[in-house]
Design a protein around this ligand. Structure first.
Ligand SMILES: Cc1cc2nc3c(=O)[nH]c(=O)nc-3n(C[C@H](O)[C@H](O)[C@H](O)COP(=O)(O)OP(=O)(O)OC[C@H]3O[C@@H](n4cnc5c(N)ncnc54)[C@H](O)[C@@H]3O)c2cc1C
Length: 453
C-alpha cells in the first residue's frame, strides 16, 4: 500500500490501491462490465471506519463514493476513494416493534427471510439480491408498490456519515431535512451505515408470473394495458417482453425463446387473488403458469431477476397516459417478429399507494407517473456504446408522447446528461436536495451525478 498508511492505521478494514492484491475483488460490481479504478478503496467494517475514511478524504481533497453490491454500477468510478460497505451486514428484526435495523451491506434477501419468520415483510424490489440501502435511498419500487407504496415511505431512521465526516442520525426529529432528502434523493448526502424500516404484516401472498408465447405478445400487452385502467389498488402487475438467449442458466422452457411475462402480486388469500387474476389468465393460452399462492419469503420469485454478476446495460423512464396508441407505438418496435437487441422491455404499473407521500414529505421522484419503462440490453459489451443507444433512441422516440418529463433515479439507468439526471426529481425537490447537500457536505466531498454542461 502506497500513500495511504496513515488512513490504514485509522481503520480496521482493508485499504487498497490498484497495485495491491485484493483490490479488483474489493471494487468488483454486480454490473461486471463496469470496472472501477479509484485511487483507493476502503472496505469499511464499522461506522467508525466510514467516519475515518470520509475525514481523511476531506482533508486530502479526495472525492468519495460508496458501493454495496454494485447493482447500480452503470458508470465507472475512475478516481478518488471508494468506500465499500459489504462488511456492514448486521441485521436485527424486532417483531414486536416491527422495525428492521439493516446494515449498509445487507441485501434484501436476508431481511425478507428474517421478517417472514414472523409473518412480516419489508417493502422490497424485484430482486432480493439488491442492497437494501441503495434501493431505499432511491425510493424503491417492487411487487408491493401499488398495495404499499415506495419502500422509502417505510424508513424510520438512518445512521449516516455526512460529507463533513460526522456520524449523524436522520429521523423525523433529528436532522429532519437530511431524513427527507435520504428518502429518495439517493447520492451525495452521506454514507449510510444503517437504515431502520418498518415491516408490514404479510402472511399470505398471491403472486408469480404468467408466460405467453411470442405470437401473443401484442394481444397480451394490449389487454393488460386496458386491464390496468381499472386494476384494484392492492394489485401490482408488470409485463416483460423477454428475448432470452440460449444460455444454460435459463430454465429449459424459456431458454432461447421470446415470450411476454405478466407478473402479478396481491397480498391476501389465493382465492381472491385467483379471482382478480382470472381476466389476465384468459387473455391468451398461457404457456407457463407460475402464478399462485406464494410464501411471502419467496417474493423474489415473481420477477426472478438474475443473481449472478454479469455485464449490464439499461435505460429507464416513467410513462403517463398510456393507451392503445401507445401499445401500437411500442409494439411496432418490440412486438412479435421484431428483432431488437434487448433481453427485456418491461413496464411496471404504478399508482395506488405510490401516489401518496409520507407525512412531512420525502424526496422521491416519480409519484405522478403511471408506469415504469425499462430496456435491458443483451449482455454483449461491444454493443453498449453503439447499437444499444441507437436502437433504444428509436424506441424511445416512437413512444415519446407518453414518456413522463420526470423519472425516478432507481429507474433512470446510467445518467446520459446533466438534464437527464436532474429529471429524476421534480425541479423543486432537486433544488432542495442541492441545498441539503451543501449544508451537510460543504466541501463537496461526496460528488453525485454529472456536472452541468
Ligand atoms: C437486477 C436489478 C434489479 C433491480 N430491481 C429494482 C427494483 O425492483 N426496484 C427499484 O427501485 N430498483 C431496482 N433496481 C435498481 C437498484 O435499486 C439500484 O441500482 C440501487 O441503487 C442498488 O443498490 P446497491 O447497493 O445494490 O447497488 P450499488 O451499486 O452498490 O449502489 C448504488 C448506489 O446506491 C447508493 N448507495 C449504496 N450504498 C449506500 C450507502 N451505504 N449510503 C449511501 N448511498 C448508498 C449510492 O448512490 C450508490 O452509487 C434494480 C437493479 C438491478 C441491477
Amino acid at each position: 500500500m502506497t500513500g495511504y498508511s496513515e488512513l490504514a492505521a485509522l481503520v480496521s478494514g482493508p485499504v487498497l490501491t490498484a497495485s495491491e492484491p485484493g483490490f479488483a475483488d474489493e471494487v468488483a460490481a454486480f454490473i461486471s462490465s463496469t470496472t472501477h479504478t479509484p485511487d483507493v478503496v476502503v472496505g469499511a467494517t464499522s461506522p467508525h471506519d466510514v467516519v475515518q475514511a470520509v475525514r481523511f478524504a476531506r482533508s486530502n481533497r479526495l472525492p468519495v463514493r460508496v458501493q454495496s453490491t454494485g447493482h447500480g454500477a452503470f458508470a465507472p468510478i475512475a478516481a478518488g476513494m471508494l468506500v465499500t460497505t459489504n462488511r456492514l451486514n448486521d441485521l436485527d428484526v424486532d417483531h414486536v416493534s416491527r422495525i428492521a435495523a439493516i446494515g449498509a451491506g445487507v441485501r434484501w434477501a436476508a431481511v425478507v427471510e428474517a421478517a417472514a419468520e414472523h409473518g412480516l415483510a419489508p417493502i422490497t424490489g424485484s430482486s432480493p439480491n439488491v442492497g437494501a440501502v441503495g434501493f431505499l435511498a432511491g425510493g424503491g419500487l417492487g411487487p408491493l408498490s401499488r398495495s404499499h407504496g415506495f419502500a422509502s415511505d417505510y424508513i424510520r431512521g438512518f445512521s449516516v456519515v455526512t460529507g463533513d465526516g460526522e456520524l449523524r442520525e436522520a429521523t423525523s426529529e433529528e436532522n429532519p431535512d437530511l431524513f427527507w432528502a435520504l428518502r429518495g434523493g439517493k447520492g451525495g448526502l452521506g454514507i449510510v451505515t444503517e437504515v431502520r424500516v418498518e415491516l408490514v404484516e404479510l402472511s399470505s401472498l398471491y403472486g408469480g408470473a404468467l408466460f405467453f408465447e411470442e405470437q401473443h405478445i401484442d394481444t397480451v400487452l394490449r389487454a393488460w394495458i386496458d386491464w390496468t385502467a381499472t386494476a384494484p389498488d392492492d394489485v401490482t402487475t408488470s409485463v416483460g417482453i423477454f428475448r432470452l438467449p440460449p444460455f444454460d442458466f435459463i430454465p429449459e422452457p424459456l431458454r432461447g425463446r421470446t415470450v411476454i411475462a405478466l407478473r402479478f402480486a396481491r397480498p391476501g388469500t389465493a382465492g381472491d387473488g385467483e379471482r382478480i387474476a382470472a381476466p389476465l389468465r384468459s387473455i391468451a393460452p398461457v404457456y407457463l403458469d407460475l402464478l399462485g399462492e406464494l410464501p411471502p419469503g419467496q417474493i423474489g420469485a415473481i420477477h426472478n431477476d438474475p443473481t449472478d454478476p454479469g455485464p449490464g446495460w439499461d435505460r429507464g423512464m416513467l410513462l403517463t397516459g398510456v393507451d392503445q396508441d401507445f401499445a401500437t407505438a411500442l409494439l411496432s418496435q418490440v412486438g412479435s417478429g421484431r428483432d431488437v437487441p434487448f433481453l427485456l422491455a418491461e413496464m411496471r404499473h404504478l399508482g395506488g399507494a405510490t401516489r401518496t407521500d409520507v407525512a412531512g414529505g420525502s424526496a422521491v421522484g416519480g409519484r405522478a407517473s403511471d408506469f415504469t419503462f425499462s430496456l435491458i440490453g443483451v449482455p454483449d459489451v461491444s454493443l453498449f456504446d453503439t447499437v444499444l443507444p441507437e436502437v433504444s433512441d428509436r424506441i424511445v422516440t416512437a413512444i415519446g408522447r407518453w414518456v413522463s418529463p420526470e423519472t425516478n433515479i432507481n429507474f433512470a439507468g446510467r445518467p446520459r446528461s446533466y438534464e437527464h439526471f436532474v429529471s429524476a426529481w421534480p425541479a423543486v425537490t432537486f433544488e432542495r436536495l442541492a441545498s441539503v447537500r451543501r449544508r451537510y457536505d460543504p466541501d463537496g466531498v461526496l460528488p453525485y451525478g454529472p456536472v452541468r454542461g
